[in-house]
Structure formats: C-alpha cells, structure tokens
Ligand binder design. Structure first.
Ligand SMILES: Nc1ncnc2c1ncn2[C@@H]1O[C@H](COP(=O)(O)OP(=O)(O)O)[C@@H](O)[C@H]1O
Ligand SMILES: [Mg+2]
Length: 151
C-alpha cells in the first residue's frame, strides 16, 4: 500500500442529489492516493452514495439550505467516511429488514443494508444539532476477500 495517507477531506454540501457526484470525486481522489483498486472503490462508493442520498432525502428532506457533511479520512489500514445531516435523526434499530419475505419485492429500504454489507464498521449517532451522523469504516487490508464483493 502506498504511504500517502490523505488527511481529512471535509465537504459541506447543499442538499441536492447532484452533489453526490462531489462526494464521489473526493472518494476517487482518496482511493487513488491509497492505491485502492477499482472493485473496492466501487463498493465503498456505493455505500457512500447511499448514505449521502439518505442524508439529502430522509435527513434534510431535500432542503437546499440544509447541509450534508462528508468527511473522508484514510490512515493505516482504515478508510473512514462520516456522513452527517441537519435533519431530525432516526432510530436505525427500527428500520425494516429488506430480507424479510414481505419486503423482498420492495425496491426501497436497502440502502442501510448495503452500507452494512459493504463496510466493516457502521455506527449511527446523533449530531450536536440532532441530525444523523453515520460513521463507516473500511478495513483496506482485507482487499480481495469475500466481504463486500457482492451484495
Ligand atoms: N439520515 C437519515 N435521517 C433520517 N432517517 C433516515 C436517514 N437515513 C435513513 N433513514 C431512515 O431509514 C430508512 C431506511 O433507509 P434505506 O435503507 O437507505 O432505505 P430507503 O432510503 O430506500 O428508504 C429510510 O426510509 C428512513 O426512514
Ligand atoms: Mg436510502
């Protein structure tokens, strides 16, 4: 793994779906610096985009005056992504299980499931303003193993 370990990259994005591309560009930069391969970048990117989309839609309810925090940091074997919003927060224990038979035909309700599948540690907490702070960590030393290869 290359030695280059980018310090934190912090973006505050207006709550628009188009801005997911900016988060993706920042992630691509970090992946290039850390020598993360295209397949792992694909899965990390999918998890991050689901988290930003949730912050924009469910957290900030598409209010462009509310901001989404994207924080990327990679040191040692870890890549840590924090996505924060200025919404009302929610209880992640109460979301429905997309694998339950009654939910399998639904096309929504899979974002958090994907995030938990692709990433190694996923925690939800409340931000100072009451919004959601989602912290997800990927262990880069596990590249190439089965975890996160397929949903
Ligand atoms: N940042 C957030 N703020 C508030 N509620 C959220 C947030 N992220 C997720 N949720 C809640 O968790 C549910 C499940 O999210 P997800 O698995 O991504 O499915 P979907 O976005 O398709 O509904 C959402 O429908 C929403 O109720
Ligand atoms: Mg979602």
């Amino acid at each position: 793994m290359p030695a280059a370990a980018p310090g934190p990259i912090v973006l505050w994005l207006s709550s628009r779906y188009e801005n997911i591309e900016l988060a993706q560009a920042a992630l691509a930069h970090v992946c290039r610096l850390r020598g993360i391969d295209a397949e792992m970048e694909h899965w990390i990117g999918m998890a991050m985009r689901e988290a930003v989309a949730n912050a924009v839609k469910h957290g900030n309810r598409l209010d462009p005056d509310k901001r989404v925090l994207v924080r990327l940091e990679s040191a040692g074997d870890d890549l840590t992504i924090v996505i924060g919003d200025e919404g009302g927060g929610f209880d992640p224990e109460r979301i429905s299980d997309p694998l339950a038979p009654e939910n399998q035909l639904k096309t929504s309700g899979r974002g958090i499931f994907y995030i938990r599948t692709f990433m190694d540690d996923v925690t939800f907490s409340r931000g100072e303003g009451g919004g959601t702070v989602l912290t997800m960590r990927k262990d880069l030393s596990k590249r190439g193993d089965a975890k996160g290869e397929k949903p």
